[in-house]
Design a protein around this ligand. Sequence first.
Ligand code: PMP
Length: 352
Amino acid sequence: NWEKNIRKTVPYVPGEQPRGEHIIKLNTNENPYPPAPGVEKALKEISAKRLRLYPDPACSVLVEAIAQTYGVGTDQVFTGVGSDDVLAMCFMTFFNDTKPVLFPDITYSFYEVWADMLRIPYEKIPLDEQFSIRREDYRRANGGIIFPNPNAPTGVELPLADIEDILRNNPDVIVIVDEAYVDFGAESALKLLNRFENLIVVQTFSKSRSMAGMRIGYAIASPVLIKYLNDVKYSFNSYTMNETSLAAGRAALLDQAYFKEVLAKIIATRERTKKKLKEMGFSFPDSRSNFVFARHETCPAEKLFEGLKEAGIYVRYFNSPRISEYLRITIGTDSEMDEFFAVLKPLVQRLK
Ligand code: PMP
């Protein structure tokens, strides 16, 4: 009868990760382009002999490259195995078990799962009619605040002035801005770091740097917050990145020209995709990310999701209140989006 004595977790339901030749994967916001060419070279140069040793717990090679890229001190950077791990570490470090953390109702569902797992109370704050975060709702937090910017799965950006307002009104709690998608056209809160010691910005290599498979995430904040994070991290050994990730991550950061070129391509494809979706009767909040969160005026999202999947095209469908009429479509290459529309058009005609 041991079951009554164990913790029960309501699991986070991740997007499918199908493998296969004829699949177009527009369901988990990966980048359709390969990482910078230097990444492949860095991977080849790693000697297996090196793997005998534990990796550098301070992840110095990568921390230095991140600090240099963003013009901050190395004491302002914290790294982890994907931004999920960095976020988990932030929850452990900065939120407590008595005062609720605030986050939007309709957001990255991982926050709720982690809060539950760590027994952190939370309050989910509904978005407005346009799926935007209302800054007034975040003026009296006493346990902490976290939100993605742009938000997921909506893609909506919270303007920097609103983030500043939230920070100004909350000097006594930690505010985490999860910028997984910020490089696709939103404004980063990194600019506010000098003025707010309680701000943490979390970013990832999984989206804009095409390295979801490598698992690299990082936080940038004031040195005092990074020290708190490290105190928790060094109590474990599982959150240190391996040698391969450190070298590959550094190589990706060295090629900013390639990074910008990929971003420009994805943003151009996103705008083209929005136009086509609109012509076909879809509506969507304005996305500043590498996905579009779209709803058709008459066709049920679940049916569209299933029809696309039958043709080997994976998008994301969330069977949850208020968003069950929407599909989240990751922006792929131009030719992937052409194939997507070639399947979507007759499907919409059929279901209309
Ligand atoms: N934050 C948000 C808002 C996300 O959508 C994701 C990706 N699912 C993550 C963080 C985590 O990404 P990763 O662990 O790959 O860095």
